[in-house]
Design a protein around this ligand. Sequence first.
Ligand SMILES: Cc1cc2nc3c(=O)[nH]c(=O)nc-3n(C[C@H](O)[C@H](O)[C@H](O)COP(=O)(O)OP(=O)(O)OC[C@H]3O[C@@H](n4cnc5c(N)ncnc54)[C@H](O)[C@@H]3O)c2cc1C
Length: 333
Amino acid sequence: MAEYKGILVFGELADGKLASITTELLGCGRKLADELKEGLSCVLAGDKVGEASKEAIAFGADKVHVVEHPALKEYQADSHMQVAEKMARDISPRAILIGQTSIGRDLAPRLAFRLATSVTTDCLNLSIDPATELLVQTRPVYGGNAQAVFTGDSKPQVVTVRVKAMSPLERDASRKGEVIPAKIDIDTSRVRTKILETVKEEAVGIKLEDAPVIVSGGRGVGGPQPFQTILKQLADLLHGAVGASRPPADNGWVPEGLHIGLTGKIVAPDIYIAVAISGASQHTAGCSGSKHIIAINKDPEANIFREAEFGVVGKYEEVLPAFIGKLKELLAA
Ligand SMILES: Cc1cc2nc3c(=O)[nH]c(=O)nc-3n(C[C@H](O)[C@H](O)[C@H](O)COP(=O)(O)OP(=O)(O)OC[C@H]3O[C@@H](n4cnc5c(N)ncnc54)[C@H](O)[C@@H]3O)c2cc1C
């Protein structure tokens, strides 16, 4: 790779459509490419990419490289790595942006190793240093208690970006770009694992990641019942979803999929209501991107009040019924 130019996004597809992380990466990639006055490319790999390639242009890409092959139907490191490595070498970008998703966490370090470069994972912010034209990367350190800013001169610079950390551009169907089919002979003899079955998680109501309002309960709620009654009642009234800190999931009070934080889901709703959650950094790592955080906790010293815009000191058993009653009154008016 002699000359490194432009920004490359490795996109993900979800049910044949552009995954939301891909639109977020394209929004960020567009900004970086504009600062460099260079192009933004996107690689989409799957058994059928279809209209997703045009969507990638509508969300900011200049060039979309489409790789279609039956072996790319589902993510498998051994097949997708062959595509990622070949496309990275052919396109030779300055920087490669990948989502901090289960796929990205698997792909990015492998890719960086193959390209003999470094990787910075879980970035929250990216910019270009005008003096060096290198990518400046901000990521959490010490379990989310601090943020560090990194850069490095090994190229291409490979980064993974946290879900919801970046905003997509407004979709613009009139944007012009190029869809380039790329033919890659995937060596299927190198694919060492086989997907036998895919089981979809059953989601009732609004998906946590898409909910505009999340009512999240912590260990302090005391058991499974409040999640099914008072927290759900509030979430339903606000057309939101119920979430949790890790202890309720570990205790089996709620399904594992509702757990928010460093080791759980990353959410960024308009309103996040933290009920009886102390606000450990491993929890706030998953919700600090929320527009407004409201905390209800009986301990005035609880860390969550440092994150919250509005706080109520009190027992949730007393605060929530009063809050719900007032809300009902306002909604009926
Ligand atoms: C490597 C690692 C990864 C982790 N990942 C995560 C993660 O992804 N997500 C996560 O959440 N945690 C994670 N944790 C755990 C984290 O460190 C905390 O232990 C956890 O977030 C605490 O959960 P909590 O706030 O619900 O419980 P607690 O810290 O026990 O807090 C309970 C709170 O409830 C309040 N309370 C009690 N009763 C009432 C009442 N009646 N009314 C109002 N308030 C009340 C208390 O004052 C207290 O503040 C991780 C830990 C490690 C080491």
